[in-house]
Design a protein around this ligand. Structure first.
Ligand code: SF4
Length: 338
């Protein structure tokens, strides 16, 4: 059995109803191997299926250019809830890939830990792979006397309880109403976002390893790095402005120009580098820069700051620091899209 529920029948039904025969299948790296099985099952139903070999970092990273280049009728994007910050064309289907891994074990550990630390009310959130398990999680927590509250991002495409790397607004809404947050997801990426967005104690419950971890120390380390990089950005005289072409990370030329203008008035001259995936090699090939101003995925500066050959500042984060001063920096600025 696949560790993710991906229903080829539903994909086939959607495509057949619209007359699509040639499909491009895109999935995040961890799900690609199961996408191959899905491709075979779709081929058995008479579809022609091409695999996208690109990364699919989020619902912002949708292979529209490949779809056009490969001459496919439609794109099936597996692993994310829906489009992030762009309007997807009608021939794109999002298939969330819900996890079939049991969550009871890790939730019992999380509930015991929260209980021992005096948490009575928790904000309960998850990655898209686990949103269908939130009700079960709520029941497990209730058995330990912990009340679980959920909330929803203002983004209508995001279901109740979902957080993504650059949208933890569901958690922000619960700030002040809960003692701590509990995030069900593989790894600590989503929990770290919640900790930065809320400043509250946040626990990551990973159903794949069974581990429960409080991410406060990780958040403090990330903030220290952000402050050091932003201080360097304020002193910088030249830099590279990184602009993404990914559909949900793209910012218009006028936004880039106004950012450049603002920073140039502060003495920072920026050259624009356009890219798809941001890589150290690509940045290094252009030689050094005093600072990298990132207008692509904001989590690159948080989780992958070491990839940049110099200090990195997210575009919106830097603007807010210029407006309010570094001493009034709030960690949630690090998650804001450009
Ligand atoms: S911009 Fe980054 S954090 Fe946001 S959805 Fe895309 S990959 Fe995820």
């Amino acid at each position: 059995m696949r560790p993710y529920s991906i229903d080829p029948e539903a994909i086939a039904g959607w495509a057949a109803a619209r007359g699509y025969r040639k499909l491009l299948l895109q999935a995040p790296d961890g799900i690609k191997r199961y996408a191959v099985e899905v491709a075979e099952e779709l081929e058995d139903r008479g579809f022609e299926v091409l695999l996208s070999a690109s990364h699919a970092w989020g619902g912002c990273d949708v292979a529209l250019a490949e779809l056009a280049e490969a001459g496919c009728d439609a794109l099936v994007h597996v692993g994310h809830h829906g489009p992030v910050r762009f309007r997807a064309p009608e021939n794109v289907l999002f298939v969330p890939a819900y996890s079939t891994v049991e969550v009871e074990g890790v939730l019992e550990s999380a509930a015991a830990k929260l209980s021992s630390e005096g948490v009575r009310r928790v904000g309960l959130l998850s990655s898209v792979q686990h949103v269908h398990q939130l009700e079960r999680a709520r029941r497990v927590l209730a058995e330990y006397g912990i009340e679980a509250l959920t909330s929803k991002s203002p983004d209508p495409a995001m279901p109740e309880g979902l957080v993504i790397g650059c949208d933890a607004r569901a958690a922000e809404k619960l700030r002040g109403s809960v003692d701590a947050f509990l995030v069900i997801a593989g790894g600590v990426f989503h929990a770290l976002g919640v900790a930065l967005a809320t400043g509250a104690a946040t626990y990551a419950a990973d159903p794949y390893t069974g581990r429960v971890a409080e991410v406060g120390q990780m958040a403090r380390k990330a903030v220290a790095r952000r402050l050091a990089d932003l201080a360097a950005a304020l002193e910088a005289r030249s830099g590279l402005l990184i602009a993404s072409v990914k559909p949900g990370q793209r910012v218009g030329w006028s936004r880039l120009e106004s950012l450049r203008g603002l920073l140039s008035r502060r003495g920072l001259r920026l050259r624009v580098a356009v890219c798809d995936d941001v890589t150290r090699d690509a940045l290094q090939d252009y030689g050094g820069a005093d600072v990298y101003v990132n207008a692509a995925c904001p989590r690159l500066a948080v989780d992958d700051a070491g990839m940049f050959p110099g200090p990195v500042a997210n575009a919106r984060e830097l603007e807010l620091v210029l407006e309010k001063g570094l001493e009034r920096y709030e960690p949630r600025y690090a998650l804001l899209p450009p």
